[in-house]
Design a protein around this ligand. Sequence first.
Ligand SMILES: [Fe+2]
Ligand SMILES: [Fe+2]
Length: 212
Amino acid sequence: MATALTWPDRLVAAVDQGLRAIAAPPVAMRPSPAAAVPPTELTPGERRRSAALMRVNHAGEIAAQALYNGQSLVARSAGTRELLETAAREERDHLAWCSAQIEELGGRPSLLTPFWYAGSFGIGVLAGLRADAESLGFVRETERQVEAHLRDHLARLPEADAKSAAILSRMAEDEAHHGTTAALAGGAELPAVIRGCMKVGGEILRRIALIV
Ligand SMILES: [Fe+2]
Ligand SMILES: [Fe+2]
């Protein structure tokens, strides 16, 4: 178990997790919600629009992997680490679902994927170094903002793209669950200024990944 690992082992594991998130094809433990949706015809413009939105969501899931890995690396208690690792497993499904859907739509992931990972990993480490209540509070707020973002993207997807919509709907449900779990585990409400900074960071990712 991760709690028995020494610091060098944990660092090696963190590097391994990072390389896998960035470079290896993601593997889902659960089937994609898109698999149960019959295919629909999209115009070239609709495909481009959906692919761009799904690129943003893929970048967001890369960031989620990095945040959870960073927080988990320095988590103060085994209970918090376990909660982070459980959520990270579901985030890997999200990453795999988004990745497959981007390919289906003929799009590509963000060219800045390593940057999203590295930046978010650093933020995750900083959040994880705080007391557990604050670290879990960071999860709670992140998941709340991500869920709101997913609801916004659901409204912006082309109406015909039922497959992407099925993926985003399931992701939004999972994110809400992650947030509730973190709150129930003692995650504190973060100060408004921190919540505002997190929103700005998320908005930067949303705008840049939509283009590159
Ligand atoms: Fe996610
Ligand atoms: Fe999540």
